[in-house]
Design a protein around this ligand. Structure first.
Ligand code: HEM
Length: 333
């Protein structure tokens, strides 16, 4: 028995960090939608390592992903929108997240606030800025775009009113097959309208009640997953012509194990302390099948999940045309 444990440790110790800290989302051989929420910042142990101790996850792709975000926003400014009544929520988000990040990464970041005067230092970007909470002109690029240049997460803000939540602000450059611009102004139930099964299984109504009951300052999280061809973060509806056609050809591509990625979103749900708005953060992680296969338990579980997934869910996720090829490759070992 002790030999098995030593062997397991030896195996996972040699895995690269991108695998050891990947938020592998499956605990069984099948997957169904659920309201899977749990408290934030709880460490989760996986067969390869662990993830989840921090609210804001900075990894080896930090600078490259932020540069990619900047490019998307320059090409398509509609990926960031703030309805006027959401300005206080944006500032609430900035003070909440920058102070959290400074606490989580004290070696490289610091945040000091006196009244509304703030100073933010981020050594990863050689950055030292001063700004004033509530004064949009104190950050040259504007407050939301500034925040989007500091964290890898997409940022969505929902206004809580009329007993529901309205998507009234956000900065979303890495959407998994949906359009932020199209959804701005919709409420929580309308946004989830296209997702199969949610109504019948009452998942979204339960999640809705849960979210409305969150108290200011409370932080929860959940994961969601899909698959993406190549390390492409921007799979928004707007750029579909660039990435959609690959879905029809990948199954026959010998490079499938390196090109096809499991895409996992770690989503945080935070009721902001001052504005009372709901903050929804989406942090996207991508890992190719060739890396998944280096962890035998992941290879087998993901292979079985893909084989078993009902067709309506596979269709909605956009993976119907290649999930069998992926599953066959994984299960062939
Ligand atoms: C506990 C809370 C939540 C639950 C249980 C939930 C559940 C789901 C599920 C199951 C899907 C389908 C995913 C897939 O098949 O890949 C989905 C999609 C989506 N969710 Fe949520 N969600 C939650 C919170 C939120 C929040 C706060 C937002 C903020 C706007 C949001 C926005 C979306 C969007 C935009 C989609 C894609 C819809 C489309 O294809 O147009 N979700 N959600």
């Amino acid at each position: 028995m002790s030999i098995t444990i030593i062997d397991k440790d030896a195996d996972t110790a040699v895995l690269p960090e991108r695998i050891r800290r990947f938020p592998f989302p499956f605990s069984a051989d099948s997957y169904r939608y659920s309201a899977n929420v749990e408290p934030a910042t709880k460490t989760v142990t996986t067969e390869a390592g662990e993830w989840g101790a921090r609210l804001l996850d900075i990894d080896e792709h930090y600078l490259q992903e932020l540069a990619e975000r900047d490019g998307v926003l320059t090409r398509d400014p509609s990926r960031m929108q703030v309805l006027p009544h959401m300005r206080p929520a944006v500032w609430d988000t900035i003070s909440t997240l920058l102070s959290a990040m400074a606490e989580e990464y004290p070696d490289t970041m610091s945040f000091h606030r006196e009244g509304n005067a703030c100073r933010w230092r981020n050594a990863l970007q050689n950055l030292d800025v001063e700004f004033t909470i509530g004064d949009d002109s104190s950050l040259p690029m504007g407050p939301l775009r500034f925040l989007g240049s500091q964290i890898q997460d997409d940022i969505i803000l929902l206004d809580v009113r009329e007993d529901t939540m309205w998507l009234d602000a956000g900065l979303v450059t890495f959407a998994a097959d949906w359009s932020f611009g199209f959804d701005v102004g919709m409420n929580f139930l309308e946004i989830h309208g296209p997702v199969p099964r949610l109504k019948e299984e009452q998942i979204i109504t339960r999640a809705h009640q849960f979210l409305l009951r969150l108290q200011p300052g409370e932080q929860y999280r959940r994961t969601n997953w899909t698959m993406t061809i190549d390390r492409r973060l921007d799979t928004s509806t707007e750029t579909y012509p660039e990435w959609g056609p690959d879905r029809g050809t990948i199954a026959a591509d010998p490079a499938l194990p390196d090109r096809l990625h499991l895409r996992v979103e770690v989503q945080h749900l935070i009721r902001l302390p001052h504005s009372g708005a709901m903050l929804f953060l989406v942090r996207t992680h991508l890992l190719p099948l060739s890396d998944i296969a280096r962890v035998p338990a992941w290879r087998e579980k993901f292979g079985r999940v893909l084989a078993e997934l009902p067709e309506d869910m596979a269709d909605y996720k956009g993976i119907s045309r290649f999930r069998k090829a992926a599953s066959d490759w994984l299960l062939a070992g």
